[in-house]
Structure formats: C-alpha cells, structure tokens
Design a protein around this ligand. Structure first.
Ligand SMILES: C[S@@+](CC[C@H](N)C(=O)[O-])C[C@H]1O[C@@H](n2cnc3c(N)ncnc32)[C@H](O)[C@@H]1O
Length: 158
C-alpha cells in the first residue's frame, strides 16, 4: 500500500528529472532525499558532453548514491515504478510530450513540475494549460523568475 499524499510529496520514493545539464538541480533534489533518508532521483541528459560533465560533478558530490544519471533522451527513457515527483526541465518544446509520456506512471498524489512556464516564455505555460483543458492535470502557475507549473494528475485522484 502506498503512503498518503502528504508523505509522498514530502518524502518521494521516485523523482524523475528531465534535462540534467550541470546537475545542480539534481544535487539539490538529492540533498532533499538524503535528508529524508529515502528515495531516488533518476535524471536524464541526452547530450553526451553535458552528461559527462554532470557525471563528474555528481560523482564528486557526496550525494551520488541518491542519483541515477542516464545519458538518454527523456522521450526514450524508461523508468520502472510510480513517479512521485516529475520535474520537466529539458527542451521547452518537448515539455508537453514529456508529461504526456510519463503521465501514466505519475502518482495522482505526487507532483508534476514544469519549469520555464512564465507568461513571457509562453510555450510551457500554454502546454500546461492545454493539458489541464484536456482534463489530464490540475495546474497552479507560480510566478518564479522563469515561471513554474506545479500540477497534479487528475486520473486516480480521490
Ligand atoms: C534547462 S537545462 C536543465 C537544467 C537543470 N535541470 C538544472 O536546473 O540545473 C536543459 C537540459 O536538457 C537537455 N535536454 C534537452 N532535450 C533533452 C531530452 N529530450 N532528453 C534529455 N535531455 C534533454 C539539454 O541538453 C540541457 O542540458
């Protein structure tokens, strides 16, 4: 039996991040998992050079055991299990595709984060509102400097 919504939001078992880049956000997530004493973050970066740099940073970080770094595209990567926190942070035009692709595996009690969702950047914000209009997710738009969508999957929520 999976734990209640508060618990999986505060203490996710499985975090998936798309777009590792330098690994900075991955390291922050891993610090949180370490503080919780549980969970794993799977992060993917499709550029081999960027991946290699992130790999070195992660290996030297002290939180590597909480991280699974993959040199793969988010649109090809497969993960096992239920995703409690999904952080979409790769290329702006594919964020919608990523959410659609992983949605069946995302817990209705977990969180979906889509970065770069400001009204200025438009693309991600519009993608999130489109997914909401289709009844797939419920969206909150946070006015962070680049904009952040915080969403939850609708299907399966009671
Ligand atoms: C905005 S950066 C990620 C920033 C990072 N999450 C952070 O906050 O530190 C986007 C990264 O996504 C990578 N990327 C773009 N498309 C991708 C895809 N389909 N799969 C995996 N990585 C991708 C790019 O190479 C780039 O390094």
């Amino acid at each position: 039996m999976r734990s209640c919504s508060r618990s999986i939001i505060e203490k996710p078992e499985l975090v998936v991040e798309t777009g590792t880049f330098s690994g900075i956000s991955t390291l922050w997530i891993a610090e949180g998992l370490k503080a919780n004493g549980r969970g794993k973050v799977i992060t993917c970066e499709f550029d081999p050079v960027v991946y290699a740099n992130a790999k070195t940073r992660i290996e030297n970080s002290g939180v590597a055991e909480w991280i699974e770094l993959r040199n793969q595209s988010s649109l090809e990567m497969n993960v096992e299990g239920t995703i409690d926190l999904f952080f979409s942070d790769s290329d702006l035009p594919i964020r919608e595709q990523e959410v659609r692709r992983f949605l069946p595996q995302i817990s209705p009690y977990g969180l979906i984060l889509m970065h770069d969702a400001s009204s200025h950047l438009k693309l991600v914000r519009e993608a999130a509102l489109k997914l909401e209009a289709e009844g797939l997710i419920s969206v909150v738009l946070l006015p962070t400097p680049r904009g952040l969508v915080v969403a939850q999957k609708k299907q399966g929520r009671k």
